[in-house]
Design a protein around this ligand. Sequence first.
Ligand code: IMP
Ligand code: MG
Length: 183
Amino acid sequence: MHPDVSEILYSEEEIAQRVSEMGKALTEEYSEIAGDQGVLVISVLRGAAIFMADLVRQMDMRVEMDFMAISSYGNGAKSSGVVRVLKDLTTDIKGKHVIIAEDILDSGLTLKYLLKMLNTRQPASLAVVTLLRKKTRMQAEIECKQIGFECPDEFIVGYGLDYAEQYRNLPYIGILKPEIYYK
Ligand code: IMP
Ligand code: MG
């Protein structure tokens, strides 16, 4: 285990198992909704890229991929709710069945903003799947088609999640020792 991590919450095997279940469920649901048209899975760089890469390989249907980059200002541990688009989608989503693959839903402010923005582009449907949802009292109401794990309200890293751009490459998800971000 990485010395900056105090506890592993979800092992590599547990994540793989859960992501596989999520991919299968999406395949079933969207084969009905979208049919031959397939889906467009989008992820917000950089954290969700690893989850998305694994998720789409568990989907047995027509899948397109696209990416966005946004900045929520700063390297800190809390979301500000102020979102700036650094890189927009390349795809025109009008009339498409769009699934946003998110890494973690914390305050929900990032997603709330994104959903509002993408809805104005008139997709055929727009849904969210998130690998993790933090159990916190302060969360915007966001409907998710799939939630991988309900996780404790701790600062966690790994499998795409970072602290100051580090730890994204850990194959598991763990709790970061508080002394790392308080120092
Ligand atoms: P929200 O806008 O508060 O929901 O924050 C969403 C974004 O904040 C996520 O996509 C992550 O990039 C980041 N984030 C929130 N909580 C954590 C965490 O515990 N570890 C690492 N990144 C986090
Ligand atoms: Mg981040």
